[in-house]
Structures are given as structure tokens and as C-alpha cells.
Ligand binder design. Sequence first.
Ligand code: G4P
Length: 531
Amino acid sequence: MSKIEQEIAKRRTFAIISHPDAGKTTLTEKLLLFGGAIQTAGAVKSNKIKKTATSDFMEIEKQRGISVATSVMTFEYNDLLINILDTPGHKDFAEDTYRTLTAVDSVILVIDCVKGVEEQTERLMEVCRMRDTPVIIFINKMDREGQNPFDLLDELEQKLNLKVRPLTWPVNGGATFKGVYHLLEKQMYFFKVNKTKVEDDVALLELDSSELDQKVGERDANQLREDVELIEGVYDTFNRDTYLSGKVAPVFFGSAVNNFGVRELLEAFCQISPLPAARPTNVRSVDPLEKKFTGFVFKIHANIDPRHRDRIAFLRVCSGIFERGKFYHHTRLDKSVRFSNPYSFMASAKEVVDEGFPGDVIGLYDTGTFKIGDTLTEGEDLQYAGIPSFSPEIFKELINLDPMKSKQLEKGIQQLTDEGVAQLFTVQPGNRKVVGTVGELQFEVIQYRLEHEYGAKCRWIPMNTSRACWITSEDPKKIQEYIRLKGTQIGYDKDDNPVFLADSEWMVRMNRDNNPDIQFHTTSEFKVTAG
Ligand code: G4P
């Protein structure tokens, strides 16, 4: 095996996603403890955007600042190099999460067994399904009185539009939770409330052995036998290829806070999760084993401290070897760029790196050269596909309060939207600027940053718009006609694509029905052409 083949075979790059409070932070922390990347519980907590902070965005930004360090957490386990890409738990930053999902090879979804599938989970899974991202599900908080596990699995299949396959199965839940039976290993893992334990209490038990009755009690042993029979009857045998194609999600049960079920999850993850694979671009699919380096920027983090205006662009290496100090081709700007101090996130400390392999994420200091989705290559003109823009939900018009500062305002709003803080649409007449976000918080953030970083004061005029649909047509005349007809309801996104700005979903439907020659797209991803 060549060096690059060996390095690729070692890498697993994934994200943990969940509805806030389901246990993502706790699970991340336990995985890092297993990998020895952190020594104490509580180390990851600082990354979490606290619920109480919703009205205080400065506090949130401070916490986001902390989260740069934990944006990528790398640890070694079983000879693998595992990169966890962190996603913000706060709903208003959901767009950040969607973009991070484009840079991973697989996902672990955490579900709270009491609450089941929650709204944000559905949206996140839609994004995973768009790319057929392989998903492992961890049903957490089994120490709490939750829903019946069969009902939970049904709910997962229905709401997430995904087939599931349990690989462990709980014996009871809540106060009488006794542990999980591993359906492949045929072992029983016994549960104990223990927030610090790392070793397991395991017993190899045949389902029909009398020892099982002795250990868990006759009634629960019989229930388990019945459940397992039902599972084997209802669900197909687990098949790794079906998981890798994103069609079926294996399910594990546990309790992250008690470090229970986490090792089984991690072991299974190491065995089945995908290594970096070929990725689509606008011209061809790029294999990670290709000699030449390619990669793309999926996240930009700005430092809001005016004394340190640097930004960090997070680059996912997709093929070849990224080398420090080498010139690369910035395909959007058609220019050469080089980085003398790229860094990695190994052992949670920032370290300058000389090389990066497919699957790795590298932090690049940026002075405004990058926009989300930008691609670097060794000369070839290609653009990585699939950093979608989703329809924002809240739209406001940006009004400049100081005509002397219109240049600063222009530059500021361009840069902030390049970072992906919000989406910018231009509406005619008068080149009006409409900003769309998924949360109120971003308007406060933008207003503050425009003033403090660019010296431009602004105010917002709320709009009735609640949906943006990218519009296309095979007939250029038809689209021109539609744009003329809709007038101020049409905006242009940053790439000059026309967008229909609608007041409601109903309005979108009506327009879709009445204009069969026009296609309405809910994400900007329609632009992706090659795979
Ligand atoms: P998030 O990142 O998905 O938002 O969730 P986080 O891990 O912060 O967990 C949310 C809450 O759920 C935390 O409690 C955490 O301790 C708790 N939790 C996580 N896993 C389990 C579990 O297996 N069982 C039970 N019963 N609780 C669990 P908190 O009170 O919000 O925070 P803390 O004061 O405990 O840190």
C-alpha cells in the first residue's frame, strides 16, 4: 500500500448530530475519553451554546469563539484516526450544521428516547439523505422512562424516511433498565449508573441459556427472547453495503452520561463506517487516491474581536496530499494561494501541520479570500459540488443609516455573507439588499459586526417573505417573462441566480401549479451538474 492509501484507510471523518439536548456534547466527550484525546469529563462542555444565552448574542459569539478549538476533534482509536466535526447545537446556526455535513463521510445521529424524533432532526436527516450519507443512530438516555423501543424505531423510519436495523436491544428502560443485548455479538452488556466508568460489565450469553434468566430475571429474559425473535423476523439481516449506501441505519441503545453503550457504538463505527470516498465536482468525480491535491472550504469562522480580524477557513482535503507552503489554485478567483501556517486539530490543540490527507480538516488563516464552497486544486478547474443554500426563513431589508459609509456597508455585508452568516439577495429597482437567515439572532450579529468591524451603521425593515425558491426554466424566454411579471418578488442571490421571494409555502405551491414551465427549487443545489 502506498503512503496515501495507508493514510486514507486510517481516516474516519464524521459528525454527531442531534436535536439540542439529546446528548450530542455528552456523547462527543465520551468518545474523546475513549480515544484519550481528553482526560476529564466536562472538557467539551464549554463548546455548548447555552440555552439561557439566546437573547445575548455577544455571549453566544464568545462561546462560538471557544468552539473554534473544538470545531474539529481528532483522536486515535484502534489504529484509526477519527475526526469529529462539531456542529452547533443552537437552532439559529442550523445552516452551519448543514454545511458541515457536506464535509463528512458519515454521521452519528443521537435521539433522546423520551422525546423521539424532534423537528431539527428531521431537517438534518433531509440533508444527509440528499447525499446518501451513511448514518448510525444512537438512542440515548435509556436510563430515563422513554418510549417503547419498537415504537421509536417505527417513528424513526416514518419521520426520517429511512430504514433502520437495531444492532443492540434494550432490556427495559428507565428505573428498571438492565442493559442491552448485542444482537451480533450475542452478549449482554449490563447497565450500571456510573458516570466515570470506562470498562464494561459484559457476559457472553446464549439467548436460550438459563444464565440469562438468572442474570436479568425470568420475565425480562423472556421478553428479550420475544423481542429478538420479532426483530429477526421483521428487520433484514444487517448488511454493511446497504448502510454505506445510506439506505439503512444501524441502531444502538445506551446512556451517554453513564458511558453505557458508547464503546459498542465506537467499535461498530470503527468496523463499518466509510473511509474518505470519491466526491462529485462540477466536472467529474474526484477519487481521494488521486495524486493531485484538491479540497474545499466548508466553514469560515470570523474572530469578532476587532483587534484580531483574522478569519479561519476550514478546508476538507478530498484528494492527494495538502502540503504546507505550496502554491494552490483557487478555482473561483483563478489565482494562486499558499499557506505558511496551516494547522490541524490533533489532541484538541492547534498545531501547525506540514501535510494533510483526504478526510483531514485543515485550518487556514484567511484575510477575505475565501467564500464557503471555494475549491483549491493543483491547477485543474473544478468546483466541489454540494454546499447547498437552503431557503432562509426570516427576511429583512438592510437599510444604510450613513450614506458616507455605503462602501463599508457593501464590503461588510459581502464578507459576512461569504462567511455564511446569512444569505444576501438583491432586489430591483434600486439594488435593495435583502438579508435572509434562519434565526433572529443573525440580524443582531450582522448589525453589530457591520458597526464594529466595518464602521457601518444599519437598520432592518422586516418583510413578509418567509420562503426563497431558486427558479429555473428550460426556456429562457419563459423565465424572463416570469421575472418581469413578479417584479419586486424576485431577488438575485450572490451568484446572480434568480430567486422567487414568497410570503408562504402556499404561495410557492400556487406559483408552481400556475407556472408549469418554471422549476422552483428549495435549495440552491440544483446547480450541481456532475457526479
Ligand atoms: P446536546 O449537546 O445534544 O445539547 O446535549 P448534552 O450532551 O448537553 O446533554 C443534554 C442534557 O442531557 C445534559 O443535562 C446531559 O447531562 C443529559 N444527558 C446526556 N446523556 C444522558 C443520559 O444518557 N441520561 C440522562 N438521564 N441524561 C443524559 P443538563 O442537565 O442539561 O446538563 P448537565 O448539568 O448535566 O451538564
